[in-house]
Write a protein that binds this ligand. Structure first.
Ligand code: C5P
Length: 238
């Protein structure tokens, strides 16, 4: 692998008001070119926030809106994003083939550098929910994921958000794998796991096939952000 880990790490700007976002971005080294803005931030700050982050700090944006609606509505929602410096945008794969194709059509017409990422099942759903909602037994879940990955590939979706533990099941499909649920090695098993249950450290995640990592609290709440950035760049990911 011939990239610097920080070039493939996106910082999730969660649980911050706009003042906190600016305070954090002022301290975030240029090594990290990508930040993730979620629904909460976008609803509060809108297009202006996205533009501002791009213009003031030179960051490219992963807009994690997880769009999910009928094809026409998703297409129209995407047209309201035209002109924004977004490099990644999420949609729910469960919106189905026509919705995913409608999203691709808008992408091709209006966005030159955008990668649409599909979200499969939310990690907040446990086996009990999957049974209640879809009548899946535990041994049917892997196959259900695999159907989602096929759908992503067959609709020309550029990538997928998945746990690094799932990355090997996505291959050999040519999908970009963006993986959250990452903690530094020394945080694993400590209170810094927060609400994440299964996490992987950055080097292992890249080795497991992640193309990009999403890291939130490990960076936004780091005691020493610069040291963590150095740590990321010093990783052996070959
Ligand atoms: O702080 P932390 O690194 O746990 O944040 C992870 C980010 O990735 C959050 O923005 C979270 O919403 C997102 N995410 C996740 N698991 C998923 C999908 C997204 O943790 N399956």
């Amino acid at each position: 692998m011939s990239f610097l880990p920080t070039q493939r790490t996106m910082v999730a700007l969660d649980n911050m008001d706009q003042a906190a976002v600016h305070a954090f971005l002022k301290t975030l080294p240029q090594d990290i070119p990508l930040v993730k803005i979620g629904l909460e931030q976008y609803l509060a700050g809108g297009r202006a926030l996205v533009q501002e982050i791009h213009e003031l700090y030179g960051k490219e944006i992963f807009l994690d809106l997880k769009l999910h609606d009928i094809p026409n509505t998703v297409a129209k929602a995407m047209t309201s994003l035209i002109g924004l410096p977004i490099k990644f945008l999420t949609v729910h794969l469960s919106g189905g083939k026509a919705m995913l194709e409608a999203a691709q059509e808008v992408r091709e017409k209006h966005f030159k550098d955008l990668n649409i990422l599909g979200v499969s099942y939310l990690t907040s759903l446990d086996q009990g929910d999957l049974k209640d909602l879809f009548n899946y037994e535990e041994d049917q879940v892997a196959e259900a994921f695999s159907r989602f990955f096929d759908l992503a590939q067959n609709t020309g979706t550029q990538g997928i958000v998945c746990s690094a533990f799932e990355a090997k099941h996505v291959a050999p499909r040519p999908l970009i794998k963006v993986c959250p649920g990452i903690r530094f090695q020394d945080e694993i098993g400590t209170a810094n796991m927060g609400d994440q249950k299964r996490v992987m450290d950055p080097a292992s995640a890249f080795k497991a096939g992640a193309d990009y990592l999403v890291m939130g609290r490990s960076l936004t709440q780091a005691q020493n952000l610069e040291e963590r950035i150095k740590e990321l760049n010093g990783l052996n990911i070959a």
